[in-house]
Write a protein that binds this ligand. Structure first.
Ligand SMILES: [Fe+2]
Length: 448
């Protein structure tokens, strides 16, 4: 096996050697990156020369239509040992607990749903085998909506590669660091980071610890982008420079490799005679990346009231309606609360948008108990929710001195359509069927 990863002198970068902590990256969001793992591999001045350098094949990978506006256009040119076209027929393999939209297993459920952590697998399970779908919306073949998954794995992917033609994978590790070996290079993602694998980009997940678990938003819709900032100005929220794309790294492996593709909601696979992670050089904008959520520049009120949580948007997948996201990825990061005469935790609300929340670590300031790291809640369209009784009573009488909220890292996948759960999610043993009780006992305080 040969791995060239642009780190140091180009020596083999085995999993035990670096654990990915000293990986080189190419910073920026949405820009034109370029990288070569062998000198001279990247053509100069053209994309598809008569013969590509070093005997490589040139191949374009488009994440948007050729004709989409320049600001949203995503494509990457790959220079690889074998063209992707050279592969045997794909055949259906079992989907496991992976599901896709449209979701029809159960009726859409207006109840507020909550789960504890997904139990760790007992049998050897890699990242792909460990994907379990919570629910989703839209239609995978129309490239609209999202699928929400948990993952729980205890093994690295061994001679197995995965990609989704159905959408981009926003991976939110909750436990266990991951080394993501992608066609474009290596990314290290640990709890507190998010990693994004674009539609169609092939990758393998190596576990850097004994087990790994977390969440995935599979975004069937338009690629995630940074939100507009409006009056905030030119800086703030997630800053573009903190997104890290890989540098070119390739495997020259002549060995049987199972290449799994998610297409139309199902898994298909073919056994190649080589690893398709054989891209020696590339340039473009359709790239994977990793982002440290602790870099998020949290903005909020410095006078009164709790801003709408859209102020915490890290990434957004727009729809055709301005301001209406197919999916928003929102983080509740450590921040100061200073509002005067203000109920500082999230307020009671009913929203047209639907909200799936997860907790990476610590606690969330609207729930005193029950919402635990690795767990999740789903508050669908117009379902009434907000602080639990204990939080309401505490926050309503708290002394309003400046307060640092720094004991947790929670996130939300917010989406335009209700999330229809899977049967597995509704019937799972780790579902908390007594969730409604957190709002019991909210006293009648009305004194006309
Ligand atoms: Fe909410």
């Amino acid at each position: 096996m040969t791995v060239r990863d642009g780190v140091g002198d180009g020596a083999d970068a085995g999993i035990g050697a670096t654990e990915g902590k000293d990986l080189a990256y190419s910073p920026g969001f949405g820009n034109e990156h370029s990288s070569e793992a062998a000198p001279g591999a990247l053509p100069v001045g053209r994309n598809s020369p008569q013969r590509a350098p070093l005997g490589l094949y040139a191949e374009q990978l488009s994440g948007t239509a050729f004709t989409e506006p320049r600001a949203h256009n995503r494509r990457t040119w790959l220079y690889r040992i074998r063209p992707s076209a050279a592969h045997p027929p794909l055949r259906r393999i079992p989907n496991g607990e992976l599901r896709s939209a449209p979701f029809h297993e159960v009726e859409p459920d207006p109840n507020r749903l909550r789960w504890g952590p997904l139990p760790a697998p007992q049998a050897p399970t890699d990242f792909v085998q460990g994907l379990v779908t919570v629910g989703g919306n839209g239609d995978v073949l129309r490239r609209e909506g999202i699928g929400i998954h948990w993952y729980a794995a205890n093994a690295s992917m061994d001679r197995r590669i995965f990609s989704s033609s159905d959408g981009e994978f926003l991976i939110v590790p909750q436990q266990g660091a991951l080394l993501l070996r992608t066609e474009l290079g290596l990314l290290r993602a640990e709890p507190g980071h998010v990693a994004l694998i674009p539609r169609g980009v092939r990758f393998r997940v190596d576990l850097l610890e004994a087990g790994a678990s977390g969440y995935v938003c599979e975004n069937y819709g338009r690629p995630f982008q940074l939100p507009e900032l409006g009056p905030i100005g030119a800086n703030g929220l997630a800053n573009a420079r903190d997104f890290l794309a890989p540098v070119a790294a390739y495997e020259d492996r002549e060995e049987e490799t199972e290449v799994v593709t998610k297409f139309g909601g199902n898994l298909w696979a073919a056994v190649y005679d080589h690893s398709p992670l054989d891209v020696v050089a590339w340039h473009g904008s359709h790239v994977p990346y990793v982002y440290d959520l602790r870099r998020f520049n949290v903005l909020g009120s410095i006078s009164y009231d709790h801003p709408d949580p859209s102020i915490f948007t890290v990434l957004t997948s727009p729809s055709d309606t301005p301001g209406l996201a197919g999916a928003d990825f929102v983080v509740f990061a450590p921040r100061w609360l200073v509002g005067e005469d203000t109920f500082r935790p999230p307020y009671f609300h009913r929203n047209v948008m639907s909200e799936f929340m997860g907790l990476i670590e610590g606690a969330y300031d609207a729930k005193a108990e029950g919402f635990v790291p690795g767990g999740a809640s789903l508050h669908n369209m117009m379902s009434a929710h907000g602080p639990d009784r204990a939080t309401f009573e505490r926050a309503g009488t708290a002394e309003l001195i400046p307060q640092k909220v720094d004991d947790g890292l929670a996130f939300m996948f917010e989406t335009r359509w209700p999330v229809v759960p899977t049967r597995f999610a509704l019937e799972a043993g780790h579902r908390q069927t007594d969730y409604d009780a957190v709002w019991e006992g909210l006293a009648r305080n009305f004194r006309p």
